[in-house]
Write a protein that binds this ligand. Structure first.
Ligand SMILES: [Zn+2]
Length: 282
């Protein structure tokens, strides 16, 4: 069994083919963790989890939704909506026993609105991250953390926390110095299809650093994910990413860590159940 520990199967882009994708995942024994990014995508994740026994949900606000920001990526182009962490709204969603985590929340200095000062953005991201951290503590749930171009800033915030933090730094990309910090805080690292990409000739160090992290991460501290519909693994590059493609991530980890695919799959599954301890699988 495999948990795609981070995907957005509830997003509109899957409306036409969601049933087909879910069926294929079921056939392959793949469970899905549908991650909310704002109010409506969190609610949709919960609804989907309540109607499918191989889907679980996370609820929260992604840092790019704190300000209206133009997001233009290979897979999508949109202007994010401005939202705040509405505790009452999320408390209602958290009543569902299919909610296994809070997030994705975190810090992002990649997608930033041009008309705001960096200090203002950082201070709001920090405030909303802490609100979700407190919420997660209250409901005894782990956090799904997003960080892009902001390792230093996030680590500074983590250092101020009074209680231990439980969670995963999803779609980890970075070098061993930031990875080892997160591991010291007790966090897990989630790997996506990015680890299957080839080395970029212009910036070879980025991928070499990431592979070093994969090779060094302890066997009990990694998770696998797709971040679908984004980041299709190398074999499917150019196509929309789907949760079953998480198998490619497992193959790559097995290859880097020089352990078998079966063993890697077992480890990832065990790590997922330990972190997301509300998961009940019959
Ligand atoms: Zn995501």
């Amino acid at each position: 069994m495999i948990l795609d520990s981070h995907c957005h199967i509830q997003f509109k882009g899957f409306d036409e083919e969601r049933a087909k994708v879910l069926k294929l995942c079921k056939k392959k024994n793949i469970f899905l963790h549908a991650i909310g990014t704002q109010k409506d995508t969190s609610k949709k994740a919960v609804e989907l989890a309540e109607s499918h026994d191989n889907v679980f949900a996370s609820i929260g606000i992604h840092p790019i939704h704190l300000f209206p920001t133009h997001v233009d990526e290979e897979e999508s182009s949109f202007v994010s909506r401005e939202e705040n962490f509405d505790e009452e709204y999320f408390a209602e969603l958290a009543k569902s026993n299919r909610v296994i985590a809070v997030g994705e929340c975190g810090m992002d200095l990649f997608h930033i609105p041009k008309d705001r000062a960096v200090e203002e953005i950082l201070s709001k991201q920090k405030k909303v991250f802490l609100a979700q951290y407190n919420f997660a503590q209250k409901y005894n749930l782990p956090l799904v953390i997003h960080v892009r171009n902001a390792h230093k800033e996030l680590i500074e915030v983590l250092e101020t926390l009074s209680k231990p933090i439980r969670g995963v730094v999803h779609c980890f990309s970075g070098d061993w110095s930031s990875a080892s910090k997160y591991l010291e805080f007790g966090l897990n690292l989630g790997f996506t299809g990015i680890i299957t990409f080839p080395i970029k000739k212009t910036e070879p160090k980025i991928q070499e650093d990431l592979w070093e992290v994969v090779s060094k991460v302890p066997l009990d501290r990694f998770l696998v994910e797709t971040d679908a519909p984004y980041l299709a693994p190398q074999k499917y590059r150019g196509k929309r990413c789907e949760p079953w493609m998480v198998e490619e991530v497992i193959d790559k980890i097995a290859n880097i860590k020089k352990i078998s695919i079966t063993e890697t799959q077992k480890l990832a599954w065990g790590n997922s159940l330990r972190l997301f301890d509300k998961i009940k699988v019959k």
